[in-house]
Design a binder for this molecule. Structure first.
Ligand code: XUL
Ligand code: CO
Length: 442
């Protein structure tokens, strides 16, 4: 057993990250994330369930379409896939436990290289998940969600569940079966579908209706298999409008909810909403959260940020307190995230080449979420914000307003009620007043 002896192998300059309070000037400490502090009736840790994304933190090498890898990855050496995968896992668990976090998220291929075919891959997954079970027990770390990467390999260039070729769909099925097995074996709390290439590049060569029917069939099969094998967690769909395909079927929260309803999947599926994906869909993140919450489907979050200038999926770590406070207001007001948590689907920049940069990035993101949650809670519980909002709808508390909402009025009734309309008065939306209120609490 090498796990114990490897504990400090990769991030030697960093110890356990502690909460030191907002006056601390230690860049390797939390200033707001006091995990045991209570906000409302829950601790910060229970509100947020932070997770580290295996792919960005331990697989991404800093390479981009214009240049070679830049990142030192001392765990990625050795000839055998098994050795490299174990070293990567040692590094991951050292990192997660030094941050004091409890969760990670993975794609199947993040854990270990696929090898020559799906059978080799299945055996390799068995091997590495045995090791993961040991590491999880040793560090008291859990899986927030697992998923299958159905977008990187060339076989999926025309999609996975929506591929025009049935044989590719069958292969995707085998891969998802193994990824679900791995997630169940590791006690994963949820399972995610992000449809990277489930969409089209050109409608000229695409039978959209057929592909959507196939995708729904695939999700039903995956859900039935997982349930049959004891999985009690939630399935999440992660919407994204485009990239890598020109048009993705899971465009945004509203589109996905329409799909889930059409194909009778609402009982088992909720949404995993990513900040950068909302930006790409030309929505605010809080819009996406509210749409999901309206349908009781706010399941989990992929935390990051995009770039407002270039429109790419840059997956940067979050820094904007004003925006995140608004997001947290919606999360808290709708009763919190259901089943999932906050997964840092974010990567350090190509030129962030110190091993410690991964710590600074996560500490910043975690502290920002903690701070936003604390502020949002104060706004919702101690400010006039909630009454400003409900006052705006005061007229619905009249008997006519209540009758309208109860479906008791007709269009003729509305015409009678309004008379000649001369009593209408302008009512301010007071947007700037409320914007200032948020800033006062920040
Ligand atoms: C891609 C993305 C994925 C999913 C998991 O934009 O967000 O990493 O989160 O497949
Ligand atoms: Co994501």
């Amino acid at each position: 057993m090498t796990a114990q002896s490897n504990q400090s192998a990769y991030f030697k300059n960093v110890g356990k990250i502690k909460f030191e309070g907002k006056d601390s000037d230690n860049p390797l400490a939390y200033r707001y994330y006091d995990k045991d502090a209570k906000v409302g009736d829950k601790t910060l840790e229970d509100h947020m369930k932070f997770a580290v994304a295996y792919w960005h933190s331990f697989c991404g090498d800093g390479g981009d379409p214009f240049g070679h890898p830049t990142r030192p990855m001392p765990w990625n050496i050795g000839n055998s896939a098994e050795d490299r995968a174990k070293q990567k896992m040692d590094a991951a668990f050292e990192f997660i436990s030094k941050l004091g976090l409890k969760y990670y998220c993975f794609h199947d291929i993040d854990l270990i290289d696929e090898g020559e075919n799906i059978n080799t891959f299945g055996k390799r997954l068995d091997f590495i998940t045995d090791y993961a079970l040991e590491k999880q027990a040793e560090f008291d770390v859990k899986v927030l969600w697992g998923t299958a990467n159905l977008f990187s390999h060339p076989r999926y260039m025309n999609g996975a569940a929506t591929n025009p070729d049935f044989q590719v769909v069958a292969h995707a099925g085998a891969q998802v079966k193994n990824a679900i097995d791995a997630t169940i074996k590791l006690g994963g709390e949820n399972y995610v579908f992000w449809g990277g290439r489930e969409g089209y590049m050109s409608l000229l060569n695409t039978n959209m209706k057929k592909e959507l029917d196939h995708m729904a069939q695939f999700l039903h099969m995956a859900k039935d298999y997982a349930r049959k094998n004891g999985f009690t967690g939630t399935f999440f769909i992660e919407p994204k409008p485009a990239e890598p395909t020109k048009h993705q079927y899971d465009y945004d929260a509203a589109t996905v909810l329409g799909f889930l309803r059409e194909y009778d999947l609402m009982d088992d599926f909720k949404l995993n909403l990513e900040v950068n994906h909302a930006t790409l869909a030309l929505h605010t993140f809080e819009h996406e959260l509210q749409v999901a919450a309206n349908s009781n489907a706010l399941g989990s979050i992929d935390a990051n940020r995009g770039d407002y200038q270039n429109g790419w999926d840059t997956d940067q770590f979050p820094v904007n307190l004003y925006e995140l406070t608004q997001a947290m207001m919606i999360i808290l007001d709708s009763g919190g995230i259901q089943g999932g948590g906050i997964n840092f689907d974010a990567k350090i920049r190509r030129n962030s080449t110190d091993l410690e940069d991964l710590f600074y990035a996560h500490i910043g993101g975690i502290d920002l979420f903690a701070r936003a949650l604390i502020i949002a809670h104060q706004i919702l519980t101690t400010s006039e914000y909630k009454s400003l909002l409900s006052n705006r709808y005061q007229s619905w508390e009249t008997s006519a307003g209540l009758d309208y909402e109860a479906g008791k009025l007709s269009l003729e009734d509305l015409a009678n009620i309004t008379g000649d309309g001369s009593h209408l008065k302008a009512t301010s939306g007071r947007q700037e007043y409320i914007e200032n209120l948020i800033n006062r609490y920040i």
